[in-house]
Design a protein around this ligand. Structure first.
Ligand code: PLP
Length: 398
């Protein structure tokens, strides 16, 4: 095992911030009463939840009564898409989305197709940017929701959600945005974005796993997703995970600081791209230069399988990924990279690097050194071997 422990996969998940950990252990120790109980012990737990709800609401520019807790963003995406589409069915049975959404959106939409919902995907350009003119033409009076993520998890593209909201509103459609990767990386104000629904996950911003939230504008329809008790206004029944909710709230309390730290990653990104290009000039940068998350780079290394590269980096103590953590084990080329025009082969020669709040210059230097050595090694193997190299571990983690 390499002693180095360099983590460049912050879009998959993040470590838990020390202040989040201490809030959570305090809550686990002292606030275990059932928040629905009418006596003081229960009421104290309920207060912890409401405080966290205010903290999440403040981080996204919402009112606290517009924030609902769930078990994760996957659940939030399922809950909103399934219940809103049912609400509008059959009068407005069309949902327009994009081909680069997270699997928790795409797979839900594919399920909704089987329930007679007309799901259409608006194409994106080679930067992953939604083609706005095409989108405008696709929205009609049968459209209930326009569903578009704010920032892409694999390539980092930030969409012009404000413009998309204006287009949707002009035609009477509601807007749903998966803001999971954006929270803690760019400033978010759901009111300014003009979205009606949005989803979030604590573990992308140094909070715990197993806790998510959704925003639903007060005037917009919302229907129960998990039936049972009256928790979360009856929309998502089940006794609340108080410590996780408190941890999410605490993580959100630091959202402005996290955004500043994420912006500090921008020079690292430039160094990385420039130096890799100097080593291997045919490297393709799949992340756009402008309007992109400052922590995210997606790169294609022609002739080098991403599985081999990831394995090599892991051996040297560096964690990177080949795309969405939810699909790395599926062995399929990334749907995001294919949607922006990459071939299956190029998609399987691509990796995602995502920096975080603790990324330092020396981490970048070390990773570049390791990558350089690896690329040189591959080059010399190719020069010395007339036959195609079949490196072991080609399918590693893909
Ligand atoms: N949406 C996006 C854009 C994501 O990147 C992720 C996680 O990778 C999710 C949704 C799902 O979040 P969770 O892990 O909370 O289910």
């Amino acid at each position: 095992m390499n002693k180095r422990n360099i983590y460049f996969d912050h879009n998959a998940t993040t470590h838990i911030a020390p202040s989040v950990r201490s809030v959570m252990s305090r809550v686990l120790k002292s606030y275990w009463g059932n928040p629905s109980s009418g006596y003081s012990k229960g009421k104290m737990s309920a207060q912890i939840i409401e405080k966290a709800r205010e903290q999440v609401a403040a981080a996204i520019g919402a009112h606290s009564h517009e924030v609902y807790f769930s078990s994760c963003a996957t659940e939030s995406n399922n809950a909103l898409l399934k219940t809103i589409s049912t609400h509008f069915y059959p009068d407005k049975n069309k949902i327009i989305s994009t081909p680069i959404e997270h699997p928790s959106v795409i797979q839900t939409l594919e399920y909704l197709k089987t329930q007679n919902i007309d799901v259409q995907y608006c194409p994106v350009d080679s930067s992953g940017r939604v083609l706005l003119k095409e989108l405008e033409n696709m929205i009609d009076d049968k459209t209930s929701i326009v569903c578009c993520m704010l920032a892409n998890n694999e390539i980092g593209t930030i969409q012009d959600i404000k413009k998309i909201s204006e287009m949707a509103k002009a035609k009477g459609a509601l807007v749903f945005s998966d803001c999971v990767q954006a929270l803690g990386k760019i400033p978010i104000n759901v009111k300014e974005l003009g979205v009606d629904y949005a989803t979030f996950s604590a573990h992308k911003l140094y909070g715990p796993k197993g806790i998510g939230a959704w925003y639903a504008k007060i005037s917009c329809p919302l229907e129960p997703y998990i039936h049972g008790g009256h928790q979360e206004e009856g929309m998502r029944a089940g006794t609340e995970s108080i410590h996780n909710i408190a941890g999410f709230g605490e993580a959100c309390r630091h959202v402005n600081k996290l955004v500043s730290l994420s912006i500090k990653n921008e020079p690292f990104k430039k160094i990385f791209i420039n130096e890799l290009k100097a080593i291997k000039s045919d490297i393709i940068i799949n992340s756009p230069i402008d309007n992109c998350l400052t922590n995210t780079i997606n790169l294609t290394f022609p002739g080098i399988g991403s599985g081999d590269l990831m394995k090599s980096l892991d051996y040297k103590g560096i964690a990177v990924s080949s795309g969405s953590a939810c699909s790395t084990s599926s062995n399929k080329p990334s749907h995001v990279l294919k949607a922006i025009g990459l071939t299956d082969e190029a998609a399987q020669e691509s990796i995602r690097i995502s920096f975080g709040s603790k990324t330092k210059h020396q981490h970048i230097r070390y990773a570049l050194k390791v990558m350089k050595e690896y690329i040189e090694e591959i080059k010399s193997e190719k020069l010395n071997s007339p036959v195609k190299i079949n490196r072991p571990g080609l399918n590693y983690n893909r």
